[in-house]
Design a binder for this molecule. Sequence first.
Ligand code: SAM
Length: 257
Amino acid sequence: MDNDLHIKNIFTQGEWYHTLDYKNSSSNGTFDYRNLIKNLNFPSMDGKSVLDVGCSDGFFSKYFLEDLSAKFVQGVDINKYDGSVAFEVLNSYKDVFEEKYENHDDFAPLKKSYGELGLINSNKFLLLKKIFNLNMDYSFGSIYDLSDFEIHDITFCGSLLEHLRDPITAIEQLFFKTGDYCIIDVSNSFNYKLPFINKPFLKYTGSGGNFYHYSDNAISLMMKNIGFKKVSILKKYKIKIEKYDYKIPHTLFIGFK
Ligand SMILES: C[S@@+](CC[C@H](N)C(=O)[O-])C[C@H]1O[C@@H](n2cnc3c(N)ncnc32)[C@H](O)[C@@H]1O
C-alpha cells in the first residue's frame, strides 16, 4: 500500500472530531465546519503566530495557516493519545469516560497505516501536519498552566471552556500568552430569550464532561475583568452534531490585549 492509501484509510475508517478532505476522501467528523468556518468572521492572521489551546485534530490550526495566512501555529492539548481520558471529569464519572475514550482511539485497528506514515499514535494534528506540510507543532499541555509556552500574537480556544470546572483560570492563562488578541469559541451558549439572558449567567450542567453553560455576557465579563479590551462577538452560529441531526449554539468572542 502506498502512503496515499494509508492516509485514505485513516480518513475513511478513523475516528475524527472534524470533517476534513484528503484528495477525494473525507473524514467522518462529529462536526463539519468546512463551509461554515468561512462565515465565522475570523480576522486575517497574516504573518502572525497562533497558540491553539485544546487544538484537537488541528482543523482550526490548519485553517489559520492555509486560509488566514498565519505563519505558525502551536497546538496544545491535554490528549496523550494513549486511550486515557482527555477531559476534566470528576472521579465519580471516571469509569464511564475511560470506557468511552478507549473506544474513541482508532490506533489499534489502524496501527499499520499510522506506522507506515511514521506516526506512533493516533494524533490527527500530527497526521495533518505531515500530510499537508503545515507549519504547526503539537505539545501536550493543559490550559490551566500555559507557562511553558511563549506569548503568541493570537491565542485561540475553541469549544473547551464549557468542559472546564475553572473557566476563569483558563481565560487568565490565555490572557498571559496573548500578544494581540484572543478568540474564544464557546459551545452551548444560551441562544434563546430568557429573563436573565443579558446578565452574566452560568448554568451548572453536571460534571460528566460538561460543567457550565454560559450566557454571552458571562464570557464577555470574564474576559474584560481579566484584562481583555474591546471584547466583542465575532459570530453567533449553530452547528449540527452529524450523528444526531441536532444543532448546537455557539458564540465566538474576540478580546484585545
Ligand atoms: C471539544 S474539543 C474542541 C476542539 C477544537 N478546539 C474545536 O474548536 O473544535 C476540546 C479539546 O480540548 C482538549 N482539552 C480538554 N481539556 C483540556 C485542558 N484542560 N487543556 C487543554 N486541552 C484540553 C480535548 O482533548 C479536546 O481535544
